[in-house]
Design a protein around this ligand. Structure first.
Ligand code: ATP
Ligand code: MG
Length: 143
């Protein structure tokens, strides 16, 4: 087991539906801790840069449009194996293929409007955290 940090985003639709607390509650009850959090609205340029890895994919324009629609909550989650644990709590990308009890199955609308984002590996977690937070913004939550 490794103590990790991962980037979590509560996407625009979930912020608008006012279910931030429900989502954070699921992270907390699964052993993850919020080590940093900020609400912001992504610019077109920021969203394009954040999702640059998907630039050639057919859903890129729709994804960028969705992510810039209204504010998001960006968070650093801390915990043992936080990266994989967060992905398990989120469930599969497509809510219809996700396991019941996961955030995306229970709260997601479709593959684009799937409620949450989570980093997928240590390298991407470090890069995605640095995209939104300075080192001083992150408050270690472990004893
Ligand atoms: P995330 O990176 O958001 O945690 P993920 O790793 O499960 O999700 P990726 O393949 O990295 O999925 O895709 C990033 C995001 O792009 C997804 O969360 C989803 O919103 C959107 N997306 C991915 N695949 C599709 C698709 N086939 N159609 C529409 N949107 C998609
Ligand atoms: Mg991904």
């Amino acid at each position: 087991m490794t103590l990790e940090h991962t980037l979590s985003i509560i996407k625009p639709g979930a912020v608008r539906r006012n279910i931030i607390g429900q989502i954070i509650g699921r992270f907390e009850s699964s052993g993850l801790r919020v080590a940093a959090a900020r609400m912001l609205r992504l610019s077109q340029e920021q969203a394009e840069q954040f999702y640059a890895v998907h630039r050639e994919r057919p859903f890129y324009a729709e994804l960028v449009a969705y992510m810039t629609e209204s504010p998001i909550l960006v968070m650093v989650l801390e915990g043992e194996d936080a990266i994989a644990r967060n992905r398990a709590i989120m469930g599969s990308t497509d809510p219809q293929k996700a396991t019941p009890g996961t955030i995306r199955f229970d709260l997601g609308k479709n593959t684009t409007r799937n409620t949450v984002h989570g980093s997928d590996a240590p390298e991407t977690a470090a890069a995605e955290i640095a995209f939104f937070f300075k080192p001083d913004d992150i408050c270690p939550r472990h004893e």
